[in-house]
Ligand binder design. Structure first.
Ligand code: DX5
Ligand code: ZN
Length: 232
C-alpha cells in the first residue's frame, strides 16, 4: 500500500513490543527469538516490585539473560516505588530504554540525569488516573512516553480507550514544540488486533502486546498480524 510521504516514514518507525510478562518463562529465550524473527521491534520487560503494583515479576538478571540471546532493544518498564535505586543495575544488565512512572518516588529530573549519564533511552510512564500534563515539562528530555491503557500490574486486562486522548495531547504538545517525531509514544495494556489501529490513529508508534502475542497459539503469526494492522 502507498502512503503519503510522512505517513510512510511513520509506518517505518512503528514498532511492536512484545511484553514477556505473558510468555511461558520456561521457554523465554525461544519465544523471544520467535518474535524477533517475526519482526518485533523491541522486547518489553515489565518489572514489578509488589509495592508500586500488587504483583512481583523480574529483575536485572532477566534483562542480562535476554541481552545475550537477542539483538532487539530491551525496553524496561519499571513499575516500582523507588526507581532511582535500581536504574544503575538495569542499565548495567543491558537495558536499552528504561521507563519509570511519574507517580513513583524520586525527583524526575534527577532520574533522567541518571539515565542520561548511562546513555540509556529515557522514558516516563503515566498511569490511567494521572493527568498527562504532569509530564509535559520533561518532554524535551524524553525519548519515550509510556501511556498506560490499563492499570499496571497484570497482563490480559481490558483496554482503557479513554487514555488515547493522552496520546493525542502529547502529539499536539510536541507539534507545538516543533519536533513531532522526536519522542516515541508507547501504549501499554490491552493492545491487540481489535485496539491497535485506534492506538496508531491516535498517534502512538510503539505498541506493547503481551497476551495478544504470548497467549496466542502462534506468537509469530500474532506478531506479524499486529505489524500488518499497525501499518494498515
Ligand atoms: C501491565 C504491563 C503491560 C502488560 C501488557 O502492567 O505494563 O506491559 O504486560 O499485557 P497485555 O498486552 O496482555 O495487556
Ligand atoms: Zn509494561
Amino acid at each position: 500500500m502507498r502512503f503519503p510521504v510522512d505517513l510512510n516514514s511513520l509506518v517505518m518507525t512503528l514498532s511492536i513490543a512484545p511484553s514477556i510478562l505473558s510468555a511461558d518463562f520456561a521457554r523465554l529465550g525461544e519465544l523471544v527469538r520467535t518474535v524477533e524473527a517475526a519482526g518485533a521491534g523491541q522486547v518489553h520487560i515489565d518489572v514489578m516490585d509488589g509495592h508500586f503494583v500488587p504483583n512481583l515479576t523480574m529483575g536485572p538478571v532477566v534483562v542480562q539473560a535476554l541481552r545475550s540471546i537477542t539483538e532487539l532493544p530491551l525496553d524496561v518498564h519499571l513499575m516500582i516505588t523507588d526507581p532511582g535505586e535500581y536504574l544503575e543495575a538495569f542499565a548495567a544488565a543491558g537495558a536499552d530504554h528504561i521507563s519509570f512512572h511519574v507517580e513513583a518516588n524520586g525527583d524526575v529530573g534527577a532520574l533522567l540525569d541518571q539515565l542520561e549519564e548511562r546513555g540509556v533511552g529515557k522514558g516516563i510512564a503515566v498511569n490511567p488516573e494521572t493527568a498527562v500534563e504532569e509530564i509535559f515539562e520533561f518532554l524535551p528530555r524524553l525519548d519515550m512516553v509510556v501511556v498506560m491503557t490499563v492499570n499496571p500490574g497484570f497482563g490480559g486486562q481490558a483496554f482503557l480507550s479513554d487514555n488515547l486522548e493522552k496520546v493525542r495531547k502529547i502529539r499536539r504538545e510536541m507539534e507545538g514544540a516543533g519536533d513531532p517525531k522526536k519522542i516515541k509514544i508507547e501504549v501499554d495494556g490491552g493492545v491487540d488486533r481489535g485496539t491497535i489501529v485506534e492506538c496508531r490513529d491516535a498517534g502512538a508508534d510503539v505498541f506493547v502486546a503481551g497476551s495478544a502475542i504470548f497467549s496466542a497459539e502462534d506468537p509469530a503469526e500474532a506478531t506479524r498480524e499486529l505489524i500488518t494492522l499497525a501499518g494498515s
